[in-house]
Design a protein around this ligand. Structure first.
Ligand code: URP
Ligand code: ZN
Ligand code: ZN
Length: 571
């Protein structure tokens, strides 16, 4: 890693600091939970950096106490100096810690269990400048959502090194599921539910179930998420490939080409829009699906004519010349989430001659063989057609992938990304000149915080925000490799990628948890973060659309003429 290690200055020797400097990366056996009182009264000053939020960059120091930002401004000199940890951020950016919206740690899936657990996964996240993950609790069909949530939480709580939250999947439908969604929202801090349109007979729900789940989300103030692929076509396509003797990883992409993703994306948007439910498309992998999202975000929706007078002054409407009487709102409430994998690599790897290499890239929806896909998705992310980034981090090592050595349908689906997302996006997005540092912050933390109602505690550096902060060196470079990464699997899909943009220090709730390559993390130190319903960023638009886009009946005089009495059934 080409980065200086001497940028940190400690004003007074502090036993905590000594201890943490001496700590080597912790072995897995060493996961004793840290008592939370040890975090109390920590004081941290980040000096001389450029504080970058999504809307503004400013030269400022940041002072933190008890895990919360207390002051942001020039030349801060907090008293007393005793016990004050100082990080020198000269020539560096000071950015909100990344929020990875999509991970699967220790996920029991496809006959295996993903290799990164909540300890290794969050530790790797921290090394890459991510300070919060949102994982998924996924019940089997017929099983309780609340039990799934409790199970995932019981796995995460003793292990996490940074903050986390849980989306919950709806994999079947019943009155009980509806009740449990309500309870999860009201009692457990869940405000997002994921529905799978793929994984037939395992997690897939049909259109009627989607409609019901979207309706519930809307009622509860939650964000609906979909894994958008046509599961029926995948099942048929897979049979066809195997019958043709295509058993290798290339069959995974061939049985589910782009239109399979695009069709499901369009269908989900149509169904969600029918109930005015905000929709979040996870892991956008193809140009076709991204175009569907982009069009929906720009698509005109007619305002109800009855409301034209009242809304015209207060709402952004556009007249459409070939339908002069009507006015339209712009855009559906839909968000697209490309991931580090779809922005940083492509599906040509499925045709690699080395089976293990090709299998390592297998995930659903697949990476696309069109090599211009990552650049295209980055363009849309830069211009706000796509909104936010995750990773779908769901790692399996080569031996686990080998479960599908003779049949691609049995290769556990999933790739890495939680550690490398920030650097990959900086390299492909900012270093390439497609987006500025503020947009980088927007797509790596702020927008996620807004959509999932964590803002401004997360996703912003401001007084009162959680001190989840990264000191980012935009000039330093690092080369991604499985040999040096902190993830638990033995393959990295970004192997050899040289990235500008390196996190030199990561602060989680005011504690320096990573610095110059060394960790100071303790299993269980992260917190579960509750997310209240009705995120204003999402639901203010939903409410407004409810008012102005409702169809209204045409007022007309009743029909008073003859009504035919002829019977429909012949005598
Ligand atoms: O391949 C993937 N994406 N694995 C994780 C499960 C999912 O669909 O998100
Ligand atoms: Zn998925
Ligand atoms: Zn996923």
């Amino acid at each position: 890693m080409a980065q200086g290690n001497n940028y940190r200055r400690m004003i007074f020797t502090w036993s905590f600091e000594k201890a943490h400097r001496a700590l080597p990366p912790q072995p897995r056996a060493d996961r004793a939970p840290m008592p939370h009182h040890s975090l109390a009264k920590q004081r941290l000053l980040i000096k001389g950096g450029k504080v970058v939020n999504d809307d503004l960059s400013v030269m400022a120091d940041v002072y933190v106490e008890d895990g919360v930002v207390q002051q942001v401004g020039p030349n801060l000199n907090p008293e007393p100096l005793t016990g004050l940890v100082v990080l020198d951020a000269t020539n560096k950016l000071v950015i909100p810690g990344g929020i990875d919206t999509h991970t699967h740690m220790q996920f029991p899936f496809m006959g295996s269990r993903s290799k990164d657990d909540f300890y290794t996964g969050t530790k790797a996240a921290i090394a890459g400048g991510t300070t919060m993950i949102i994982d998924f609790a996924i019940p089997q069909k017929g099983c309780s959502l609340i039990e799934a949530f409790d199970t995932w939480k019981s796995w995460a709580d003793p292990q996490v090194c940074c903050d986390y939250a849980l989306h919950v999947a709806v994999t079947w439908w019943s009155d009980k599921v509806k009740e449990e969604m309500k309870s999860l929202v009201q009692n457990k801090g869940v405000n997002s539910f994921k529905m799978f349109m793929a994984y037939k007979d395992v997690y897939m729900v049909n259109d009627e179930e989607l409609y019901a789940a979207f309706s519930s989300c809307k009622e509860l103030g939650a964000v609906a998420q979909v894994h958008a692929e046509n599961g029926e076509l995948i099942a048929q396509g897979a049979k066809k490939m195997l019958a043709m003797g295509i058993t290798g990883p290339e069959g995974h992409e061939l049985c589910r080409p782009e239109e399979v993703e695009a069709e499901a994306t369009q269908r989900a948007i149509t169904i969600a829009n029918a109930v005015n439910c905000p929709l979040y498309i996870v892991h956008v992998m193809s140009k076709s699906a991204a175009k569907v999202i982009s069009r929906a975000r720009r698509q005109a929706t007619p305002l109800s004519k009855g409301n034209l007078q009242t809304v015209a002054a207060c709402y952004s409407c556009v007249s459409v010349s070939n339908f002069s009487a009507a006015k339209y709102t712009t855009g559906k409430v839909v968000y697209g989430e490309p991931i580090a994998a779809s922005l940083g690599t492509d599906g040509t790897n499925y045709w690699n001659k080395d089976w293990a290499h090709a299998a390592a890239y297998v995930m659903g929806p697949p990476l696309r063989p069109d090599p211009s896909t990552p650049g295209f998705l980055m363009n849309l992310l830069a211009n706000d057609d796509l909104s936010v980034t995750g990773t779908d981090n769901c790692t399996f090592d080569i031996c686990q992938k080998a479960l599908g050595k003779d049949d691609f349908t049995k290769i556990p689906n999933g790739v890495n990304g939680v550690e490398d997302r920030m650097s990959v996006i900086w390299e492909k997005g900012v270093y390439s000149g497609k987006m500025d540092e503020n947009r980088f912050v927007a797509v790596t933390s702020t927008n996620a915080a807004k959509i999932f109602n964590l803002y401004p505690k997360k996703g912003r550096i401001a007084v009162g925000s959680d001190a989840d902060i990264v000191i980012w060196d935009p000039k330093a470079t690092r080369t991604i490799s499985a040999k040096t990464h902190h993830q638990a699997n033995n393959f990295n899909i970004f192997e050899g990628m040289v990235c500008h943009g390196v996190p030199v220090a990561t602060v989680s709730r005011g504690k320096v948890v990573y610095e110059g390559g060394a960790f100071n993390v303790t299993a269980g130190e992260g917190k579960y973060v509750s997310r209240p319903p009705f995120p204003p960023y999402v639901y203010e638009r939903v409410r407004q659309r409810e008012q102005v886009c409702q169809p209204v009946p045409v007022k007309r005089a009743p029909y008073t003429d003859v009504v035919s009495e002829t019977s429909a059934t012949p005598n």
